[in-house]
Design a protein around this ligand. Structure first.
Ligand SMILES: [Zn+2]
Length: 251
């Protein structure tokens, strides 16, 4: 099992977007990541980052009122296609694309995978189809159902790679547990934005707070049992904890 943590751009954000209780006016810099697993079932990509449209026309995608609160800082090469190229890969090399959830900063890059097989939670797929406003960048078309596997709860993707069902941030959110030689890494995705949100008392923006609380309890338990959490949008974690980003591969 190998894991590469791939940076795919940044946002300049108002902290109230991450923590709805926080007052407007505090700016934070937030990174966006995707994750590539090299498994005995092939290459599995977890999340795809933002679309090209998000860089070129953020107001068109997110709405003019949202852009000042969540301002994309994206370079053309931040797109997942450019980042795979740095690893000498193309979208056609990816055997399975999994979305933690279908928000624009996690599934926008799905556009680079027009023929690949996808895996997402059934609850997330249904929520995304129903609420197009909350999912402005959903690249799936009705004809795509043949290439989408809908998961229902925890799912083993490959030996050492397990999806952990963590609804709450969205109705069908999932995190990813990866077994490496030095122990498990827990890729929380937006179930936990930052170290400061890794607490039942500081849960980030959630569609369902009740579901998010139950998911947080599960993730805290996994971390207590030894899994090393990697948060979705933490500006300090990589430097503070010494994480290495792609092209480095964890084994
Ligand atoms: Zn996110």
């Amino acid at each position: 099992m190998k894991l590469a943590i791939i940076p795919v751009g940044h946002f300049d954000s108002d902290y109230s977007v991450l923590s709805p209780d926080a007052p407007v006016g505090q700016r934070v810099h937030i990174p966006v990541y995707t994750y590539l697993l090299d498994t005995n079932q092939g290459l599995i990509l977890f999340d795809t980052g933002c679309s090209n449209e998000c860089r070129i026309d953020p107001a068109g995608l997110l709405g003019a009122e949202m852009v000042p609160l969540l301002t994309p800082k994206l370079a053309p090469e931040d797109h997942i296609e450019g980042q795979l190229k740095r690893l000498n890969l193309t979208p056609a090399d990816i055997d399975l694309v999994v979305n933690s959830h279908c928000h624009f900063d996690h599934a926008g890059g799905n556009e680079a995978f027009p023929t690949n097989h996808f895996g997402i939670q059934k609850t997330e797929y249904e929520a995304a189809l129903e609420d197009r406003e909350a999912y402005p960048d959903l690249a799936f078309k009705p004809a795509d159902t043949a290439r989408i596997t809908l998961y229902e709860g925890d799912t083993d993707l490959a030996p050492g790679a397990t999806l952990v069902y963590t609804p709450g941030h969205t109705l069908g959110h999932q995190s990813l547990l990866v077994e490496l030689n030095d122990g498990p890494v827990l890729i929380t995705s937006d179930a936990v934005y930052t170290r400061g949100h890794f607490s039942l008392d500081h849960i980030g923006a959630s569609k369902s707070l009740e579901l998010a609380r139950a998911s947080m309890t599960r993730l805290l338990d996994l971390a207590r049992d030894g899994a090393r959490p990697f948060f979705s949008h933490d500006a300090e974690q990589v430097a503070q904890e010494g994480w290495k980003l792609a092209p480095y591969w964890y084994e």
